[in-house]
Write a protein that binds this ligand. Structure first.
Ligand SMILES: C[S@@+](CC[C@H](N)C(=O)[O-])C[C@H]1O[C@@H](n2cnc3c(N)ncnc32)[C@H](O)[C@@H]1O
Length: 280
């Protein structure tokens, strides 16, 4: 039984290792031993839906069935942690408006500002950026804005595209920004002018083919996801960011994350409310 009283299917030591390695290889997310209950609890329901009685049977399905790719998408929907909200870690967003964007505009050779919100979950981060850029007027007339939000979870991507949010997503939102939303029952939808520059796509940070789609980016936000990765996966992701970014492009990562010992391709600066990395 789990905490909600639902019957869970037992995950043996051997099965845990098989699932842990499969998830790690696919996504870079590393489930340590003390997190095995997450796999057991969250996937048990799926096993029952598909009529598998053991994790081993489900593992072989995921490994060899011709529907394995679609089912792996389901697995990642169930195992990712999609916690996010509007205007999270506002110091970094402020820095982007006051320093990041003005600085990258100085060296740009074209008139499109490209921002990538990598691992954006349900989209609150890219829409927060779009609101702040519009309100601040930091982008000079004649410039085009492109914000791409990406995530591994297909469910999160679908929600981000819908752009409809419940109150919980606004727990850190100043009331003055609510004019960019229209209330629809229990939800608030992002206004179309804020949605317009934002494109949402499913992309796996660990998949080189997915990552190769992102080029000439001026600013990357990748916050609160590297904590789930080990050193090797972090290095792969940062290497992709280094390739995607323009020279002197900006990279913002989560407050509890660091590139120390991961990459030498970036210069770190401390701006009081946090740190920011620029491509050397
Ligand atoms: C805690 S949320 C962070 C959302 C947002 N960046 C923020 O800071 O509020 C972490 C997100 O990382 C995504 N994620 C985990 N592994 C990923 C991968 N390999 N590729 C892309 N996204 C991934 C999850 O699906 C989840 O939505």
């Amino acid at each position: 039984m789990n905490l909600l009283g639902a019957q869970v299917i037992k995950l043996s030591d051997e099965e845990f290792k098989l699932f842990r390695d499969m998830v790690y290889e696919y996504s870079g997310i590393l489930f340590q031993d003390h997190k095995r209950y997450i796999i057991e609890n969250r996937l048990s329901k799926r096993l029952k839906q598909l009529n598998f009685s053991t994790f081993k049977d489900y593992y072989y399905f995921l490994k060899y069935d011709r529907k394995r790719d679609d089912e792996l998408v389901e697995v990642m929907n169930l195992l990712t942690i999609n916690e996010t909200y509007f205007f999270r870690e506002p110091g970094q967003l402020r820095h982007m408006i006051q320093v990041g964007i003005p600085e990258v505009l100085k060296t740009k050779t074209d008139r499109t500002l490209r921002i990538w919100s990598a691992a954006c979950s349900t989209g609150e981060e890219p829409y927060s950026m779009s609101i702040l850029i519009k309100e601040s007027g930091v982008l000079p007339a004649g410039y085009k804005l492109e914000i791409v939000g990406t995530d591994l979870s297909a469910n999160a991507v679908e929600k981000a595209r819908e752009a409809k949010y419940r109150k919980i997503s606004f727990r850190s939102t100043d009331a003055k920004y609510m004019r960019h939303f229209v209330s629809q029952g229990l939800e608030y939808q992002v206004n179309s002018d804020i949605r317009l520059p934002v494109r949402i796509e499913r992309a796996n940070l660990l998949n080189p083919l997915d990552m190769s789609r992102y080029k000439n980016i001026d600013i990357i936000f990748c916050r609160n996801v590297l904590i789930y990765f080990d050193k090797e996966s972090k290095q792969k992701v940062i290497d992709s960011f280094q390739k995607a970014l323009q020279p002197k492009g900006y990279l913002y990562i989560g407050h509890s994350e660091t590139l120390y010992g991961i990459s030498e391709a970036f210069r770190m600066s401390n701006f009081g409310e946090g740190v920011v990395y620029t491509k050397k």
